[in-house]
Write a protein that binds this ligand. Structure first.
Ligand SMILES: NC(=O)C1=CN([C@@H]2O[C@H](COP(=O)(O)OP(=O)(O)OC[C@H]3O[C@@H](n4cnc5c(N)ncnc54)[C@H](OP(=O)(O)O)[C@@H]3O)[C@@H](O)[C@H]2O)C=CC1
Ligand SMILES: CC(=O)C(=O)O
Ligand SMILES: [Mg+2]
Length: 612
C-alpha cells in the first residue's frame, strides 16, 4: 500500500487510486489550498503550473515536505480504513508484509461478522456493547459498517438512542481516542488551521454540536461528541455516505452542567458557557472556516444545540451556507411522514385533524410549522389558518394569545385565542386533539389520565412520544397500548419492543429523524445541491410515507422497519434531489435520468476490497 506520512498527523493510507493520492498530495503541499486558490490569494497568475503547485506564484508559500512510503504490514493492520483482520488472503499477506503478523487462518468477512455479533450479544450492559462497537469502528471500519448495516434493528439502539445518551453522560470516563474534531474557545482565531489537522481533505458532511441540549439529557458540554459521531455513523450505514467524507465536530464553549465541571474526568473546558458576542464570533469563525476549507457544497448539520442558538444559527446561515438543523427540520420531516402515513388508518386529510404538542421548542415548533406548510400545499388554506389546527403546551402551559408578549419568537405563531391552561390534561380536554405529540424532553408526562382522555375523544388516538432517550419518553409503548385499551396508534423517538395486549402484538414505529437525515444528506451530496429548502423536507416526508406497507399498518406501525433503510434512503435521496433539481439548486449537471438508481450507485458498501 502506498501511504503518506506526516509527523503529528494521523497516518493515512491511500494508494487505491493514484489520482486521489496526487490530488491529496497537491492540497497538502499547498497547505490545503489549490494552486488556483493560492494564485487568487497572491493576486498573480503565476508561471507554468506544475502539478505540485511549485511555480513562481507560490514561491513564498511554506510547504510540507511529504514523503511517499510503502506501509509496513504492521501499520496496515492498525489502519481502520484498510484493516481486514484475519480476512487478508494468502496473496495479500505476502504482498503486504503481513506474514507472521496474523495467525494462519483466513476468515471471510461473514465469519468475522458472526463472531463479533456473538461476542456483542454476550454483553448484558448496553454501554459495554456501545464501547465494543466503538472499538470495532476504530479497529476495522468496514466490519463495523457491515455489522451495522446487516443488523440495523439490533444495533441502532447501541450506537444511537438510547445508548448513545448514556455514552455521552459518561464520555469522559470511557473516552479512548478522539473520533472527531474538538473546537474550543482556545482555538479562537485558529479554526481554519484546526480543520486542516483533520486527516481527510475531502469532506461532504459535518455534524456539529455545542453539546448544550443532548437528547433530553440537557447540557453535556464537550461530551456531546458522541452525538455527531453516532449521527455520522448513520449517514454511512443508513444513507451510504462514505465514512471518509464525514466529519464529526464538537464546539466547546464551556458547560453550565456543574456536575461535569466538578468531574475530574471531564474532557471539556472547565468554565461556564460563553454566550452573546463571544459565542457568535466563534460560530462565525467556524462557519467561515468550513466554507473556506471545504467549499460551498459541504453540508453542515446542526445537532443538539439549545433552542435559543439553534433557531438563530439556522436563520443566520441558511442563505449563505448549506445548513440543515436536524432537530428542527429533520424531525419535522420524519414526523410529517408518519402523519401522512397514518391517514390511511385515521382517515381524512391532515387539515381534518387537530394537533396538540407537549413541548414547544425546536422539535415541537419545527414539526408544527411543517404540518401547517403541508396543509397549505395540499389545500387552499392559508398558512395562518392552517396553524390554527395546531396547539402547543410549554413548561408554562398552553400557548395562548394572552401570553404572546412574553413568548420566544418561535412560539409566537402558535399563540391562538384561548383561555390560559396550565396542565396538559386540561389542554387535551379543551382542545380535543386527534393527535398528541410529545417533544418536551420530560419522561412520563403522558400520564394514564392523558392517554385515557385521548382514547375517550378518539376511536384511534395517534400518540407520539418523541423525546429521547427512553428515560425521557413521554410514555412507553406498553403504557400507550394498555391505557388506550389497544386503540392507540403509537410511535416513539427511541425504540420499544413489540408489546402484546389482549392477544394482539403491537409493533410501534420509531419516529426518529434517523429515517430522514441520511437519505436527505445523500440526496444533497449526489446532486451537488447548495441550499436546503422546506420543499425538500416535504419531498422527503412523502417519500418516507410511501414506504409504509399494508403489513406495517396491520402491526400498528406508521413507519417502515429499519431493515429496509438503505432502499428507503435511496428513495428519499432521489425525491430530495428531484426537488432540488426542480428548484434549480443543484450543481451536478446534467441531471441523472434515474435518480433512485443513481443514489444506489453512489452508496458506500462495506465489503472488503481486494488489495493488489
Ligand atoms: N424523535 C426524534 O427524532 C427527536 C426527538 N427529540 C427530542 O425532543 C425533546 C425536545 O427537544 P427540543 O425540542 O430540541 O428541546 P427544546 O429545549 O427546544 O424544547 C423543549 C420544550 O419542552 C418544554 N418543556 C420542558 N419541560 C416541560 C414540561 N414539564 N411540561 C411541558 N413542557 C415542557 C419546554 O418549555 P419552555 O419553552 O417553557 O422551556 C420547551 O418548549 C428531546 O428529548 C429530544 O431528544 C428532538 C429531536 C428529534
Ligand atoms: C433524535 C435526535 O436528534 C434528538 O433526540 O435530539
Ligand atoms: Mg438531535
Amino acid at each position: 500500500m502506498i501511504s503518506l506520512t506526516r509527523p503529528n498527523f494521523l497516518r493515512k493510507a491511500l494508494g487505491l487510486c493514484q489520482r486521489r493520492v496526487m490530488e491529496s498530495t497537491l492540497k497538502e503541499i499547498t497547505n490545503g489550498d489549490s494552486v488556483l486558490d493560492i494564485k487568487d490569494k497572491c493576486g498573480v497568475g503565476g508561471g507554468v503550473e506544475d502539478m505540485y503547485g511549485e511555480d513562481r506564484a507560490t514561491e513564498d508559500q511554506t510547504i510540507t515536505p511529504w514523503t511517499f512510503s510503502v506501509a509496513s504490514g504492521y501499520s496496515l493492520l492498525r489502519d481502520p480504513h484498510y484493516n481486514k483482520g484475519l480476512a487478508f488472503t494468502e496473496a495479500e499477506r505476502d504482498a503486504h508484509y503481513l506474514r507472521g503478523l496474523l495467525p494462519p487462518t483466513v476468515s471471510s468477512q461473514e465469519l468475522q461478522e458472526k463472531k463479533v455479533m456473538q461476542n456483542l450479544r454476550q454483553y448484558q450492559v448496553p454501554l459495554q456493547r456501545y464501547m465494543a462497537m466503538m472499538d470495532l469502528q476504530e479497529r476495522n471500519e468496514r466490519l463495523f459498517y457491515k455489522l451495522l448495516i446487516d443488523n440495523v434493528e439490533e444495533l441502532l439502539p447501541v450506537v444511537y438512542t438510547p445508548t448513545v445518551g448514556e455514552a455521552c453522560q459518561k464520555y469522559g470516563s470511557i473516552f479512548r481516542r478522539p473520533q472527531g474534531l474538538f473546537i474550543s474557545l482556545k482555538e479562537k482565531g485558529k479554526i481554519l488551521e484546526v480543520l486542516k489537522n483533520w486527516p481527510e481533505k475531502t469532506i461532504q458532511v459535518i455534524v456539529v454540536t455545542d453539546g448544550e441540549r443532548i437528547l433530553g439529557l440537557g447540557d453535556l458540554g464537550c461530551q456531546g461528541m458522541g452525538i455527531p459521531v453516532g449521527k455520522l455513523s448513520l449517514y454511512t450505514a443508513l444513507g451510504g455516505v462514505r465514512p471518509s467524507v464525514c466529519l464529526p465536530i464538537t464546539i466547546d464553549v464551556g458547560t453550565n452542567n456543574q456536575k461535569l465541571l466538578d468531574d475530574e474526568f471531564y474532557i471539556g473546558l472547565k468554565q461556564k458557557r460563553a454566550t452573546g458576542q463571544e459565542y457568535a464570533e466563534l460560530l462565525e469563525e467556524f462557519m467561515s472556516a468550513v466554507k473556506q476549507n471545504y467549499g460551498e457544497k459541504v453540508l453542515i448539520q446542526f445537532e443538539d444545540f439549545a433552542n435559543h442558538n439553534a433557531f438563530e444559527l439556522l436563520a443566520k446561515y441558511h442563505t449563505t451556507h448549506l445548513v440543515f438543523n436536524d432537530d428542527i427540520q429533520g424531525t419535522a420531516s420524519v414526523v410529517l411522514a408518519g402523519l401522512i402515513a397514518s391517514l390511511k388508518l385515521l382517515g381524512g386529510t391532515l387539515a381534518d385533524h387537530t394537533f396538540l404538542f407537549l413541548g414547544a421548542g425546536e422539535a415541537g415548533t419545527g414539526i408544527a410549522e411543517l404540518i401547517a406548510l403541508e396543509i397549505t400545499k395540499k389545500t387552499s388554506v392559508p398558512l395562518e389558518e392552517a396553524r390554527k389546527k395546531i396547539w402547543l403546551v410549554d413548561s408554562k402551559g398552553l400557548i395562548v394569545s394572552s401570553r404572546v408578549e412574553s413568548l420566544q419568537h418561535f412560539k409566537q405563531p402558535w399563540a391562538h385565542e384561548h383561555e390560559p391552561l396550565k396542565e396538559l390534561l386540561d389542554a387535551v380536554k379543551a382542545i380535543k386533539p386527534t393527535v398528541l405529540i410529545g417533544t418536551s424532553g420530560v419522561g412520563k408526562t403522558f400520564t394514564k389520565e392523558v392517554v385515557e382522555a385521548m382514547a375517550s375523544l378518539n376511536p384511534k388516538p395517534l400518540i407520539m412520544a418523541l423525546s429521547n432517550p427512553t428515560s425521557q419518553a413521554e410514555c412507553t409503548a406498553e403504557e400507550a397500548y394498555t391505557w388506550s385499551k389497544g386503540h392507540a396508534i403509537f410511535a416513539s423517538g427511541s425504540p420499544f419492543d413489540p408489546f402484546e395486549f389482549e392477544g394482539r402484538t403491537f409493533v410501534s414505529g420509531q419516529a426518529n429523524n434517523a429515517y430522514v437525515f441520511p437519505g436527505f444528506g445523500l440526496g444533497i451530496i449526489m446532486s451537488g445541491t447548495i441550499r436546503v429548502y422546506d420543499d425538500m423536507l416535504l419531498a422527503a416526508s412523502e417519500a418516507l410515507a410511501a414506504e409504509v406497507t399494508e403489513e406495517d399498518y396491520l402491526k400498528g406501525r406508521i413507519y417502515p422497519p429499519f431493515t429496509n433503510i438503505r432502499k428507503i434512503s435511496a428513495n428519499i435521496a432521489a425525491a430530495v434531489a428531484a426537488k432540488a433539481y426542480e428548484l434549480g439548486l443543484t450543481t451536478r449537471l446534467p441531471r441523472p435520468n434515474d435518480l433512485v438508481k443513481y443514489a444506489e450507485s453512489c452508496m458506500y458498501t462495506p465489503v472488503y476490497r481486494t488489495y493488489h
